[in-house]
Design a binder for this molecule. Structure first.
Ligand code: C2O
Length: 611
């Protein structure tokens, strides 16, 4: 089995490493995290020990906030990151989304899911009705004890035993109990696979959807909040906290050992996982549905660069990080100019698919939304997604703010709390984890220093292709992206001064991406990537990012067409490849999986003011 260890060896040592290759660019740079992978330890405990490099052992009580070394940040980011609030998408409606008071107004999830007859998890996801009382508005406990969520790879034996006991107790409840393992799993299916409508806001014919929009982070935060409190109550421990799957740190880039089958019955083991992705397989943040074949070192390098892109380059402002506005009356099937947040449409989707079992119908459990909640790992994955929200905000970069619109603040969901009380919770109460009574044990954030480096530098790439590659103004939209497509896109301005860059971010937008909602979709986007016979990797500057989607299941004709969008930061990318003076850029779309029906209705570079 491979083991990973982190060290701060001088860079010369690293460059002599035979595992080192061209595609590990960030490993070349000195003063960055050096990662070494070796095939040694063959026992789980040993492996866990090896993960815990001495430099990373920190007091469990030190909370995440201290992760962020602002001095390093300023150096690392060169002050280039300000951020912008995208002019938010105008909406004709403008009332917050609200889950129905009447939780029995819930329908069996609609779906054309292929192979659903072989599926082991059902689509009947409505919650049990305990009384006909309206949900109470939830009030956060005052002076809560802070539950500290540990990094799964460093959790103590004692902690793991407690966590397993709590899940076992949940599984022992009768299925119809609102706290049971099944009912908890169904919550996700109901909110995601069309169980609820927007009737509470006067749109009974429009589905409620919490993915691909600015509801993604807060909905899942609340979902985990109650799940954690229920587990704590089941074992009578008010300090119980969920672990987080620390996939953004090399020490956590394998499936946490506690989730493996261990001979005894392990309540957090799920048989519906991809058996080829058990340790020592390293998670791929850019997972396409097939293994990258990268060496351990290259995979870690690529993962860190992708995290850098998703947390910084492509998420400089509220909209690009949280996702587009979504208010009552918006139809998830039709909203042309919606936008999925960078983390949601990136590492979030990748981990779901990487864990789900490709041999099961619809990649159950984690690989599909209706079944994901059945795997205890779902909540541990989402704890790290939630941690990304906290880190993003704590970075303190201008523009890293939660939405302030009442349509976001007042959006609400309905859950059973740990006392089986039906409660309504609001986004506005989800912005401060300390006030909610939990926090994250700290873990190093090496991706902060993993700015991709260029594959090839050079000006005028687009100019040289004039007449060979189509210009965006000549494209007939919607443009099909079912094969490699290249387009030249004009920039609104060039030669931007430092001052200009401090005022606005230059971003590439793909608006109105339409895709089959029942497919796992992944599309990669490159800027000024010229074919030199060596493939450009995700750790290189020309790789702008991806758009990826987990299957949902929404009926719309024979196909389940859904609509979203994506944004990619260009300011730093163009600096890195020395193309700041160019009039236009070459954008290359590379469909990786599920893109047969993918089209885009607008490709545009915009300067988004930093506010
Ligand atoms: Cu609601 Cu990971 O999804």
């Amino acid at each position: 089995m491979a083991s990973l260890s982190l060290s701060t060896l001088p860079s010369t040592t690293t460059t002599k490493n035979p595992l080192f290759s061209k595609s590990s660019p960030h490993l070349k740079q000195s003063n960055r995290f050096k990662v070494s992978c070796n095939a040694a330890a063959n026992n789980n405990d040993k492996r866990v020990e090896n993960f815990e490099a001495p430099k990373l052992i920190l007091p469990k009580t030190t909370l995440e906030m201290q992760n962020v070394d602002r001095r390093n940040l300023l150096l690392g980011l060169g002050g280039l990151y300000g951020a912008a609030n995208l002019a938010s998408i105008p909406s004709a409606f403008g009332t917050p989304i609200a889950a129905p008071d009447n939780i029995s107004d819930c329908v069996t999830a609609s779906s054309n899911l292929q192979n659903s007859k072989d599926a082991v998890r059902g689509l009947a996801c409505c919650p049990p009705v305990l009384s006909t009382d309206k949900p109470k508005d939830y009030v956060l406990p005052t002076n809560p004890v802070i539950r500290v969520r540990p990094a799964a790879q460093r959790a103590t034996e004692e902690y793991v035993a407690k966590y397993k006991a709590a899940i076992q107790a949940m599984k022992d409840l009768p299925d119809e109990h609102p706290h049971s393992w099944k009912q908890q799993a169904k919550i996700h299916c109901a909110y995601c696979n069309g169980g609820y409508s927007q009737e509470q806001s006067g749109y009974p014919d429009i589905q409620l959807q919490i993915h691909n929009t600015w509801l993604f982070f807060p909905f899942h935060r609340w979902y985990l909040y109650f799940y954690e409190r229920i587990l704590g109550k089941l074992i009578n421990d008010p300090t119980f906290a969920l672990p987080y799957w620390n996939w953004d740190n090399p020490t956590g880039m394998v499936l946490p050992a506690m989730f493996e089958q261990d001979g005894k019955k392990n309540p957090i083991f799920d048989p519906y996982r991809d058996a080829t992705h058990l340790p020592p397989a390293i998670f791929d943040v850019g997972y396409n549905g097939s293994d990258s074949g990268a060496s351990c070192l290259d995979q870690i390098g690529s993962n860190l660069s992708l995290m850098y892109r998703q947390m910084l380059t492509n998420a400089p402002d509220t909209t690009t990080f949280f996702g587009g506005e979504f208010v009552a009356g918006n139809d998830p099937l039709k909203k042309e100019f919606n936008l999925a947040g960078s983390i949601e449409a990136g590492v979030h989707t990748a981990a779901h698919r990487w864990v789900g079992n490709p041999r099961m119908a619809n990649n159950e459990d984690m690989g599909n939304f209706y079944s994901a909640g059945y795997d205890p790992l779902f909540y541990v994955h989402h704890a790290n997604v939630d941690r990304m929200w906290k880190i993003w905000k704590d970075l303190g970069i201008q523009g890293h703010n939660e939405p302030t619109s009442p349509d976001w603040l007042d959006a609400s969901y309905v859950f059973y709390d740990e006392n089986e009380q039906l409660v309504r919770v609001y986004n506005r109460d989800s912005v401060n984890v300390q006030a909610m009574g939990y926090d994250y044990e700290r873990s190093e954030i090496p991706w902060l220093h993993s700015r991709p480096i260029p594959h090839a530098k050079g000006a005028n790439v687009a100019a040289k292709l004039a007449g060979v590659v189509q210009k965006v103004e000549d494209v007939k939209f919607p443009l099909k992206l079912n094969e490699i497509v290249k387009v030249l896109v004009k920039r609104p301005t060039k030669k931007r001064s430092k001052k200009d860059k401090g005022k606005a971010n230059e971003m590439l937008f793909l608006n109105g991406i339409q895709f089959d909602g029942e497919e796992f979709v992944k599309l990669d986007v490159f800027v000024n990537d010229v074919d030199d016979g060596v493939a450009t990797t995700a750790a290189e500057s020309e790789f702008a990012g991806s758009f990826s989607q987990l299957p949902h299941g929404h009926k719309h004709g024979d196909k389940m067409l859904m609509s979203s969008g994506a944004a990619f930061g260009l300011t730093e990318l163009l600096e890195d490849i020395e193309a700041e003076d160019d009039d236009s850029i070459l954008v290359t779309f590379v469909p990786k999986i599920g893109c047969d029906d993918v089209t885009v209705s607008e490709i545009k570079i915009k300067l988004v003011p930093i506010v």
